[in-house]
Each structure stands twice: as C-alpha cells, then as structure tokens.
Write a new protein. Structure first.
Length: 403
C-alpha cells in the first residue's frame, strides 16, 4: 500500500493516510471524491495517467501475445499466418519450444516452424504449465499431462521414477465445474464459481484439492496472479489472496463493478470494467476509457486489444490531462475556500460554472470559493492539462477553523 503526502501551500507536509484512489484525502483537508485519468506520482502529487501507445493495427485482430497474434481465423507469428483456428476465445500457453492452443488442441513449434494438432482431452478450454507438465480443466476434472509431453495424458510417471506410479491423472471437485486455473505459490490453483482450491501432493495416489477460499469466479478472465498475490473478481469487487484470508480491496471505496477482466503484473491488477481500464496497486486508478476487448501482459507491459483491430501498450505515452472532484468534509458555515497548489494548467468549476483558471510552469496557487448547499458541501471540479500536477491543497470554511 502506498501513502500519499500532500503539501499545504505554506510548505508543511501533511500525512493524509491511505490513498485508495477514489476516496482519499483526509476529510479535515477536503477529500478527493473522484477522478478520471490520474494517479499519484512518487512525490505524492496527483498527475495525469500516461496515455496508451498504439503498437499494432490489424483487421480482425482478436488476441495479442508475446510474438503471436490471432487475427480472424488465423494464428500469426511475426505477421505470417501459421495455421487456422476455430472461432472463439483461445487459451495460449508456452510449453518448451511450443505454443499450445486450447481448445483447438493445436501447437506451433517455434524451432521447427510447424503448426500441427496434438492429443489432449476434448473440451479442455483452459490450461497452465507447471512443473514441466500441462494442467488443464474439463468440467469438474483437473487433468495433467505426462512430464514434458503435451500429447500424453495417460502416463503420469513421477520424474524420479520412485515410487513407480503411472496412469491417467484426474482429480474431481465435488459438485459444479471448474471455471479458471492458474499456478500460484508453488501450487496449481483452480476455481469454481463458489470456491478456490489448491493442489497438494506429489503423485497421483495422494493428490488432493484443498479449499482455501469460499469465493470463486465465473470465467478465466476474472482471475490472475503475479509473484505472491492472487487477484480475482467476485461479488462485484476485486479480491486479493496471499495465503490465509482473502481481502476485498474495494470495500473501503464503496465501489462495485458488474463484470471485470483481469491482467496482473508487478504493478498490481489491471482490469477492464464498465467501459474503462483501471489499475489497482494499493490505489485505484482509472487510466481512461476505451473500446477495449481484452488485456494481456508480457515483458513488463500491459497491452489492450480494441474492437477496431488495434492493440495499445498502456501507460507508455505522455501524461494526459485529467479531472478530479474535491468535496470538503466540514459541516456548518456557508462558504468553502480551496487554496490549491498546482503546476501546469488548471481550471475550477462548480456545477459547470467556471470559478477560475490559471497556468504556470512553476508551482503556483489558485483560490476557489464554493457555496455550501445546506448541510452537504458542494463538490469542486478541477480540470488539469497534460503534464500538469495537483500538488497540495488548503481547505477552510467560513465560520469554521482553517484546515
């Protein structure tokens, strides 16, 4: 979790507590009510999120990966079509020198430059590579391939040959079907729509699935992990799991989403929801809006595929202009004063009425006065230009204490 430090215009540093992105500044100072396209920089200032950069545009682009694309019915490597696929979303996993494509059960060998089918259970739509084996889910069954062989699902021989035990490997869940699979903290981890299970054991005769949470996901795009954090979407919120109890990361915000598609990196969880793309890394940041259909990540960059066949690298461009809304937290009185420390360009509004605007390459101040509406403070809307920053604020109430 990151902590935000804002500076009062007089220079005094103020510890504002945890910053969650859409709730944040401590009420005595006035607080950050909502914002679009902004984030916190290392100095604790609100700045514009970096714009996405277009990296590819192809007609019919459906999925974008590390060196491959799916365009229309074709699987492409380096812009060259290698084979034909069926319609629908694909799960593509790297296994040695091959890319395995489910549920089509097709493989592209990067060394031999061949595209051919391989043997695997029918209707296996999701898979993950773990311990030099391919694990996949089919209905309520977790299946595993032989060591180093994606085409053998009937000979689960131990790597060291002792104890000698081989045969088809299947573990079933009691009731329901698996909805997602990943590898997390040295375990194959599988989901149903009501629970999360971790795989324990070292050979087929003692493999067991241990339930670690009573929340689940409904589809593969709703779960992902990076390093020591498992992220997933459940009950209209974003949850994290690091072993032990799960945590509702958005509970403090009072925010819910109808659906979510996740992608996880060292920065945290990126997700598509409600027509926008967000990042959560202790603070919730709406990076912007866009007609995106899918997210993927490799090489430390998150890529978003759009409905028009374009693919964008997120957070790789210049800092954008952004909007924030402030709302004072003090009661009583009839007039609020905001003194804002900024750099760049800023304009302040209340209910669409311009209160003032300024521009400066250096740190500067702007004062705004907002009428209170009964007992509820009226919000102040701010629009800041590209490469601008909101660096601090001072809030006071007519008839109240200077905060």
């Amino acid at each position: 979790m990151r902590y935000v430090r804002l500076y009062r215009p007089g220079g005094q540093q103020v510890q504002t507590g945890r910053f969650y992105g859409l709730s944040g500044l401590e009420p005595r100072l006035g607080y950050y009510d909502r914002g679009v396209g902004c984030e916190i920089d290392p100095q604790g200032h609100l700045v514009g999120a970096r714009a996405p950069v277009e990296v590819l545009r192809r007609p019919g682009l459906r999925q974008y990966g590390d060196g491959w694309t799916i365009e229309g019915d074709g699987f492409y490597v380096g812009g060259v079509k290698k084979g034909t696929l069926s319609a629908g979303e694909k799960c593509v996993v790297r296994f040695g020198d091959k890319w395995l494509i489910f549920p089509d059960r097709m493989a592209y060998d990067r060394v031999k430059n061949t595209f051919a089918g391989f043997t695997a259970p029918a209707d296996m739509r999701q898979a993950v590579v773990f311990g030099n084996r391919v694990f996949g889910i089919v209905g309520g069954l977790l299946r595993a391939s032989a060591l180093g062989d994606e085409g053998d699902w009937e000979s689960y021989q131990n790597p060291d040959g002792s104890p000698k035990e081989s045969g088809s490997y299947r573990v079933a869940v009691a009731g329901g079907s698996f909805t997602a699979i990943t590898a997390f903290l040295n375990h194959v981890t599988v989901f149903t729509d009501e629970a999360i299970y971790e795989l324990y054991g070292n050979r087929p005769s003692n493999f067991t699935l241990t339930q670690c949470a009573t929340l689940g996901v409904t589809g593969p795009g709703q779960a992902g992990c990076f390093d020591k954090t498992l992220w997933f979407f459940a009950r209209q919120s974003l949850y994290s799991y690091r072993g032990g109890a799960v945590r509702d990361e958005l509970a403090a915000l009072g925010i819910t989403f109808a659906d979510m598609q996740l992608c996880c990196t060292q920065r945290g969880a990126y997700f598509l929801a409600d027509g926008g793309v967000y990042r959560f890394d202790g603070a919730l940041v709406q990076l912007g809006a866009g007609d995106y259909t899918a997210l993927t990540t490799f090489g430390g960059t998150v890529y978003a595929t759009a409905a028009d066949g374009a693919c964008y690298a997120l957070e790789r461009g210049a800092r954008q202009g952004f909007c924030v809304q402030l709302r004072g937290g003090l009661g009583g009185g009839n007039l609020q004063q905001y003194e804002l420390l900024y750099r760049g360009s800023i304009a302040a509004y209340q209910n669409g009425r311009l209160l003032g605007k300024k521009q400066s390459r250096e740190l500067d101040r702007i004062r705004c006065y907002v009428q209170l509406g009964g007992r509820q403070p009226r919000p102040l809307q701010l629009r800041l230009g590209p490469d601008s920053a909101l660096c601090g604020l001072r809030y006071s109430l007519h008839g109240g204490d200077d905060r």
